[in-house]
Design a protein around this ligand. Structure first.
Ligand code: SF4
Length: 424
């Protein structure tokens, strides 16, 4: 693998073919992010200000998890006219007050906006400021939108992290900030690798607790761990931080290139990167080997959903030998994804946006071996004898880093094995 010999990718002259589509979309809204964010920030609470539909979505998306003390809820705002808005604010204050009295463990409260018209009329930013003034220093109250009009699926995390940035303290010290919610186990592994590389002062956004607020300033370099954090990146740059360009840490090669980019930014030699990553690369290579035969030559079609599609496609084609029919993504940030795009095979069709019917026609015509898509499309496609992988699972499962590379490949081989069993 090229990453073993040199952590630097070679320049690719042609690159993928990028097309845009507009039309009907089939994606979850940004409220879905609460399902993984509430597990990450352990003393935060997410109060969705929404309708019964929003409450149902959150309940069914998180339905598999049962908590004695849940860390998300929905304040249901019924239809009301503009004259009733003052009451709605009072009602919201009452709900928040009751919640915080009952739950002194909450240190950070997010008011999460949604798309029903009665919620759009409420100024949640103003409500958050007003409530923060009443409850500081015990509880900070922030707001962001998870509305289906403004956000898709993973953009809820982007909006949440962007809301945290203005609240971070200033500091001019040299530091590395890893940005994007990662499972704790993955964060711990990366912390050890950065320490072994010799990078001191490494922090993560979001932190595990509300009080864990990474200081940032003009000597902060940040490394994105997730590809859907456009607004967060902009907010960090407004505070003087500089992005380290890198592919995303999916698979052995992606992880090596990601770590190597950080090392380069801190003046650490490629030889040290090779030495520090050697054991992890070897373990990942063994784990991936077990899945390669099942994925090699398989034709994969990505519907746009999580914004993880481009780095996943890069991993499947370069490390597992899969063939890419189409890589759909709801949004394509050419800057943040430049390194991953450069590693896709020449001529790969990357589609930004969605025209659902046209894309379904292309998928049906191509008859892929594996289709990566949202929950809503999976059942109909399975009924047409197409093996599918729910893209939401790629957010709920730890997949970044060397130790998770085998699990990542396993997420793609499992539906193929299931279909093979069904076909006898
Ligand atoms: Fe539906 Fe909008 Fe609520 Fe999401 S925010 S569940 S799209 S009503």
């Amino acid at each position: 693998m090229s990453a073993l010999a040199s952590p630097l990718p070679s320049a690719v002259p042609c690159g993928p073919e990028i097309r845009h589509e507009r039309g009907q979309r089939a994606v979850f809204c940004g409220l879905t992010g609460i399902v993984w964010l509430h597990r990450k920030i352990q003393d935060a609470f997410f109060l969705v200000v929404g309708s019964r539909t929003c409450a149902h979505l959150i309940q069914s998306a998180a339905g598999v998890m049962i908590f004695a003390e849940p860390r998300f809820a929905t304040a249901i705002i019924e239809e009301r006219d503009l004259a009733g808005l003052a009451d709605a604010h009072e009602e919201l204050d009452r709900v928040v007050r009751r919640l915080l009295e009952r739950r002194p463990d909450i240190k950070l409260l997010f008011l999460v906006g949604s798309c029903p018209s009665e919620v759009i009329k409420l100024d949640l930013g103003r409500a958050a400021t007003r409530l923060s003034e009443s409850f500081m220093p015990d509880v900070r109250v922030l707001s962001y939108s998870g509305s289906g009009i403004e956000t898709t699926f993973t953009q809820g995390e982007d909006a949440c992290l962007a809301a945290l940035v203005p609240d971070l303290p200033r500091n001019a010290d040299e530091s590395l900030l890893v940005v994007g919610a990662l499972a704790d186990v993955v964060e711990d592994q990366f912390s050890r690798l950065f320490a072994d590389l010799g990078i001191a002062n490494v922090r993560f956004l979001p932190g595990r607790r509300a009080a864990d607020r990474a200081p940032i300033g003009s000597n902060t370099r940040y490394l994105l761990a997730q590809p859907f954090l456009t607004d967060t990146a902009r907010a960090l740059e407004d505070r003087g931080a500089t992005r380290i360009p890198a592919p995303f840490p999916l698979g052995a090669e992606g992880t090596t290139l990601w770590l190597a980019a950080a090392a380069r930014a801190f003046g650490i030699s490629p030889a040290r990167v090779v030495a520090v990553t050697e054991a992890g690369r070897a373990r990942a290579a063994r784990a991936l080997q077990a899945h390669r035969a099942a994925l090699s030559g398989r034709r994969v079609f990505f519907f746009p959903d999580s914004q993880l599609e481009v780095p996943l496609a890069r991993f499947l084609s370069r490390e597992m030998g899969a063939a890419l029919i189409e890589v759909g993504t709801p949004y394509l940030h050419r800057g943040h994804l430049a390194e991953d795009l450069a590693l896709l095979p020449d001529g790969t069709l990357v589609t930004e946006g969605q025209s659902l019917d046209d894309q379904l026609d292309r998928c049906r015509a191509a008859r892929p071996d594996l289709t990566v898509c949202g929950l809503g499309l999976a059942n109909p496609l399975e009924a047409e004898d197409l093996a599918t992988k729910w893209s939401i699972e790629l957010l709920f499962t730890p997949i970044q880093g060397y130790e998770q590379a085998g699990d990542l490949a396993g997420l793609f081989t499992r539906p193929l094995a299931r279909r093979a069993r069904l076909e006898g």
